[in-house]
Design a protein around this ligand. Structure first.
Ligand code: KG4
Ligand code: ZN
Length: 328
């Protein structure tokens, strides 16, 4: 069938992601390619070094783009639109993909769409099911724990967020504390399979709140104390995971009820968590998750956000708009 091939680029942090999606004339979208280069230069620093991240993106982006075109089985001239993340993220890193995308769109004479990183995470779920507003969207990653209501296409109302750490950050910190390794999410999930979720008592964060917020620093402190008291890493992992999943699901479910939403999109790195997926499936809500390889930062989700913008009839973005560390 005929349609538009959209190239998506994400260089917001330490992953160089380029993806290709096809938007058919009937509005259906399909992911044709999703290539990610994950930087390893930061390992010895214990965190992402912004300047090193920018340089690595510059060195890698051509190759990742070539891989994505090859995976999609298309030529560069087949691209009908380009989308790139403009924020939020590390400004220097963002600029690499943003400028690359703008330049490419100019060279090809096709429209350019600047994408919000979180909108990209949300639209990653469009790989699995048609996403039509209204719905609720929970973005849970290493940098974000944000709950949005999406009453209409392209309109995002923040209804809740973390008051301290992001959910993924808590997984990462507790994994480091207990020596389970990095990245912490998969390490905790794996260890939890061998642990007792009742072994370590965790108090529910923000219990009794009327709002729809999240908090993970209390769980982190409780984990530290339990660790010092000699709790086994796998028991800590299982108990913490259950507490974190419970908090995420309970608050999201309350928000869905309050806003009258039946569909919940759960995306971002932590959405890969099996226990979280099972807990959402048990709520009776229609829970939609991104497909394989689309939970963590990637370019295909940005191409999907671009496809949604095109489908909604949004005008292309001005090439004069820059990268923003904190996008609204
Ligand atoms: O979306 P992402 O790649 O980057 C950010 O924008 O932050 O998310 C990465 C985060 C990390 O904190 C990682 O530990 C977490 O997602 N994560 C998981 C799982 N896989 C990745 N957390 C829980 N369970 C998992 N299976
Ligand atoms: Zn992200």
């Amino acid at each position: 069938t005929r349609g538009t091939l959209i190239l998506g680029i994400d260089t917001s942090c330490d992953d160089t992601g380029v993806g290709v999606v096809k938007l058919n004339t009937d509005g259906e979208v399909r992911v044709l390619a999703n290539r990610i280069w994950t930087q390893t230069v930061h390992a010895s620093y214990g965190g992402v070094m912004p300047e090193l991240a920018s340089r690595e993106h510059v060195e890698r982006i051509d190759a990742v783009m070539g891989d994505a075109l090859a995976e999609a089985g298309i030529a560069v001239n087949d691209i009908g639109a380009v989308a790139a993340t403009s924020g939020p993220g590390l400004v220097g890193a963002l600029l690499v993909g943003l400028m690359y995308g703008k330049g490419l769109s100019q060279a090809l004479g096709v429209p350019f769409y600047a994408a919000h990183h979180l909108e990209g995470h949300i639209f990653a779920a469009a790989s699995e099911a048609e996403l039509r507003a209204p719905y609720l969207a929970l973005v849970v990653s290493g940098g974000h724990t944000h709950l949005f209501d999406v009453p209409h296409e392209g309109q995002y109302v923040l209804v809740g967020a973390t008051k301290d750490d992001a959910a993924g950050e808590a997984f990462d910190k507790i994994a480091r504390l207990t020596g389970l390794g990095y990245p912490g999410g998969p390490a905790i999930a794996e260890a939890a399979l061998r642990g007792d979720p009742n072994a370590v008592p965790f108090k529910e964060p923000l219990q009794g709140q009327k709002a729809f917020d999240f908090s993970f620093s209390g769980l982190k402190t409780a984990a530290l104390l339990a660790h010092k008291a000699g709790a086994k890493p796998e028991d800590l992992a299982a108990s913490f995971q259950r507490a974190a999943v419970h908090a995420l699901v309970k608050t999201t479910r309350r928000a869905a009820e309050a806003h009258g939403r039946q569909t919940v999109v759960v995306s971002g790195g932590v959405a890969a968590n099996r226990a979280l997926r099972e807990a959402f499936a048990a709520t009776g809500l229609r829970a939609v998750f991104p497909g394989k390889g689309l939970n963590t930062d990637n370019g295909a989700m940005i191409a999907l956000a671009g496809a949604a913008a095109i489908r909604a009839g949004r005008p292309p973005s001005p090439l004069t708009d820059g990268a923003v560390a904190y996008a609204p």
